[in-house]
Design a protein around this ligand. Structure first.
Ligand code: AVJ
Length: 321
C-alpha cells in the first residue's frame, strides 16, 4: 500500500514567492514561509535550546522590569500585541500593566483564535479583542478601545527579521495604528560575540537545521516539488556589513529539481538565504525607532547586554528638519 499522502492547499503567495525567489539572479525565499505548523513547532523548540538565548533573556527582563515599566505608564491602557501572543511573555506584561483591554493582531486567524482563547482563560475578566490582519499596514482597532491609551507590544526581536527600510515601514504603520500619545514595548537583540550568535542559530542538537530544512519539505508537499532534501545543509552566517545572522540552505552537491513543474539547478556550495536576523547596537535601535517617529523613554538590558527591551513613545509631528 502507498504511504498516506497529506494534501495541503497551497497558498498562491507561497507558490509565487518560491518560484520567483528560486529563479532570481540572487536567490532568496522570504522568511515568513518557514512558519507553517511544523515550522512554528520547531521554532518553539528552538526557544528552549541552551544556545538560543533571546527568548529566555527577554522573558527574564520582562519578569524583572515589568513593574518598573508599568509605573511609567498611566492606567486603563489597551495593550495591542503585534503577533498572536502565543508566547509566555504576554501574561507577564498583562499582569504588570493591568490593561483595560487586550488586542492581539495576527495574520493567521487559526493561531490568533487559539492563543486568544488560552489567554482569556488565564485572564477571565480581561476584555480580549482579537484582530485578524496584516500589521505591516495601518489597522483600524476595535471601537471598544478607541478611547483608551494604547500600549503596543512587539516582543521576540521579530523586528530583526526585517531589513532597516521595511522595519521603519512597520514601526511607522504601528504608530499610525496606535495613534497619538501611544507607547510601544519592543524587544531587540543586541550585537554580541559572533560565536555566540552563530551557535544560537546553529545549535548542537540540529533543531535550527531541521527548522530551516523544513522549508524544502514544505515546498515538496505544497508545491509539488521533488527536492532531495539531503542535497542541502543548514548554514548560519554572520554578515558583519549588514549586522545580521543569515540562515542559508547550502547545496552539498550539484542538484536539480522541479517545483510546480518548473526546473531549477544549483551548484555545489551555492546558498539560498531563508531568514535574516538583524542585531542592533544601543544607538542603532534608537536610530531605527526615531526614523519611524518613536522616541525612547527607557531601555532595559541584562548584565551581558545581550538583549534589550525598549519603551518608546509616539513623537508628535515636528517641523524641525
Ligand atoms: C523569532 C524570528 C526573531 O530571528 O531569532 C530563530 C527566528 N530563526 N532561529 C530569530 C529564528 C532561527 C527568530 N525570530
Amino acid at each position: 500500500m502507498d504511504a498516506p499522502t497529506t494534501l495541503v492547499a497551497a497558498d498562491p503567495a507561497f507558490r509565487a514567492d518560491v518560484l520567483a525567489g528560486l529563479a532570481a539572479p540572487i536567490r532568496a525565499v522570504p522568511a515568513r514561509w518557514l512558519y507553517d505548523r511544523r515550522g512554528s513547532e520547531l521554532f518553539e523548540e528552538i526557544t528552549r535550546l541552551p544556545e538560543y538565548y533571546p527568548t529566555r533573556t527577554e522573558k527574564a527582563l520582562l519578569e524583572r522590569y515589568s513593574g518598573e515599566l508599568a509605573s511609567l505608564l498611566g492606567t486603563g491602557e489597551a495593550v495591542v500585541e503585534f503577533g498572536s501572543g502565543s508566547s509566555a511573555k504576554t501574561p507577564i506584561l498583562l499582569r504588570a500593566v493591568r490593561p483595560s483591554a487586550y488586542v492581539p493582531i495576527d495574520i493567521s486567524g487559526d493561531f490568533l483564535r487559539e492563543s486568544a482563547e488560552a489567554l482569556q482563560a488565564e485572564f477571565p475578566s480581561l476584555a480580549v479583542y482579537p484582530v485578524e490582519a496584516d500589521f505591516m499596514r495601518r489597522i483600524e482597532l476595535p471601537a471598544a478601545v478607541a478611547a483608551a491609551p494604547k500600549l503596543g507590544f512587539f516582543p521576540g526581536s521579530t523586528i530583526g527579521n526585517l531589513v532597516a527600510r521595511t522595519a521603519v515601514d512597520l514601526l511607522r504603520a504601528m504608530k499610525e495604528t496606535l495613534g497619538e500619545g501611544s507607547r510601544l514595548v519592543i524587544g531587540m537583540d543586541r550585537i554580541k560575540d559572533i560565536e555566540i550568535l552563530e551557535r544560537a542559530y546553529d545549535d548542537a542538537a540540529g533543531v535550527t537545521a531541521r527548522f530551516n530544512l523544513n522549508l524544502l519539505h514544505r515546498i515538496n508537499a505544497e508545491l509539488d516539488g521533488n527536492i532531495d532534501v539531503a542535497a542541502f545543509r543548514h548554514r548560519a552566517i554572520w554578515n558583519d556589513e549588514m549586522s545580521r545572522i543569515e540562515m542559508h540552505l547550502e547545496a552539498v552537491r550539484d542538484v536539480e529539481f522541479t517545483v510546480a513543474g518548473v526546473g531549477f539547478a544549483m551548484m555545489l556550495s551555492e546558498t539560498t538565504p531563508t531568514e535574516n536576523s538583524h542585531k542592533y547596537g544601543h544607538r542603532d535601535s534608537r536610530l531605527l525607532l526615531r526614523a519611524a517617529g518613536w522616541g525612547v523613554v527607557r531601555e532595559w538590558t541584562d548584565e551581558k547586554q545581550w538583549f534589550s527591551i525598549i519603551l518608546a513613545e509616539a513623537e508628535p509631528p515636528r517641523f524641525a528638519p
